[in-house]
Design a protein around this ligand. Structure first.
Ligand SMILES: [Zn+2]
Ligand SMILES: [Zn+2]
Length: 335
């Protein structure tokens, strides 16, 4: 494939600044790395947390974006599994060391030396992106387009959060009905679960969206569900939802915090945690999560609702996400 010397990218130059369209050199490849011609890149809430300075020490200047769909355009040395023309997805987990105590005990999501796509290395808000071969997911053709992009983070993190709740949990609350929730609800319903969707109070459009996707009940986050929940998954970055969800779950219930950042959790009386309720967070993903998710997604089959933007409209997409006006996921389509 004939490659240009330069590419267009949306670049973050400092926290709390809008992204700037720039012409930059194509990434160079080292051992085990591939160059991907970007087809599409999802816009995730984590990108907002990085831009707003809520996640410390991003690479700067940075090309954000960690839900990359593309085609392998060239391969570095010692690349064994991928070849030019392969469709791949690139997630948040960009590389792990394989040697630290977390990697050695199968928790590569907690690797001390991990690199993260679109955070500590450049991501997919660009015409091309570099990725480590071993961390790319080969994609079926059905997902090798803009509709597949939200699966790479919203889908994967949602699925990891879901896999942390007991398999026999039936009534599941989802707090925050955005990109991750609209994917996860399809998997959960496929498994016969009953979904209770909590949105911002008064957001009838999001509640209707949840009901259309098969939720058994949808309401505002200050409302009580009509039945006790066995488990709750919180995607909204709102700490106040933790004590609320604890009150909504039954004895022995589990509350999962699926986001990378959340506002402070207010203090709460011990009795709402008592009776063996559990709170836990979910961090990043493992490649095993990805393999499991990309196996089940076509079986369901998971579909996504997206709003597309051009690469140069990245700031607009981020603002729409910030303002909560999206129902589904924002995706940049790269020509
Ligand atoms: Zn490690
Ligand atoms: Zn993300």
């Amino acid at each position: 494939m004939q490659l240009p010397a330069n590419m267009q990218a949306m670049v973050l130059e400092g926290s709390k600044k809008p992204l700037v369209l720039k012409t930059v050199p194509l990434p160079s490849l080292s051992r085990g790395q591939v160059l991907i011609k970007t087809t599409a890149c999802g816009v995730c809430r984590t990108d907002l947390h990085i831009i707003d300075g809520e996640l410390a020490h991003p690479k700067l200047p940075l090309i954000p974006g960690h839900e990359i769909i593309g085609v392998v355009a060239s391969v570095g040395t010692e690349v064994t599994n991928l070849k030019e023309g392969d469709f791949v997805g690139v997630p948040w987990l960009g590389y792990t060391c394989g040697k630290c105590r977390y990697c050695l005990r199968g928790q590569e999501n907690l690797c001390s030396n991990a690199v993260f796509t679109g955070y500590t290395i450049d991501g997919g808000y660009a015409e091309y992106a570099m990725a480590h071969e071993q961390y790319c997911f080969p994609l079926p053709v059905t997902y090798a387009n803009a509709n597949g992009a939200p699966l790479l983070c919203g889908g994967l993190i949602g699925y990891r959060s879901y896999s942390m709740i007991p398999a026999d949990a039936l009534n599941i609350g989802i707090y925050g009905f955005g990109a991750a929730a609209h994917i996860l609800i399809q998997v959960a319903i496929y498994h016969g679960k009953k979904i209770f969707a909590f949105t911002r109070d008064g957001d009838k459009v999001a509640q209707m969206f949840a009901l259309q996707l098969g939720a058994g009940w949808a309401g505002g986050s200050s409302q009580s569900p009509p039945e006790k929940l066995d488990a709750a998954i919180i995607f909204a970055p709102v700490g106040g939802l933790v004590p609320k969800a604890l009150q909504d779950v039954d004895k022995g219930g589990t509350v999962i915090c699926g986001g990378i950042h959340m506002s402070d959790i207010p203090s709460f009386p011990y009795h709402i945690l008592w009776e063996e309720r559990i709170i836990r967070s979910v961090a990043n993903l493992t490649r095993e999560d990805g393999e499991a998710f990309f196996k089940i997604a076509p079986e369901v089959p998971v579909t996504t609702e997206i709003k597309t933007y051009s690469l140069r409209q990245a700031n607009e997409a981020l603002e729409d996400l910030r303002n909560g006006t999206l129902h589904g996921a924002a995706v940049l389509v790269v020509d």
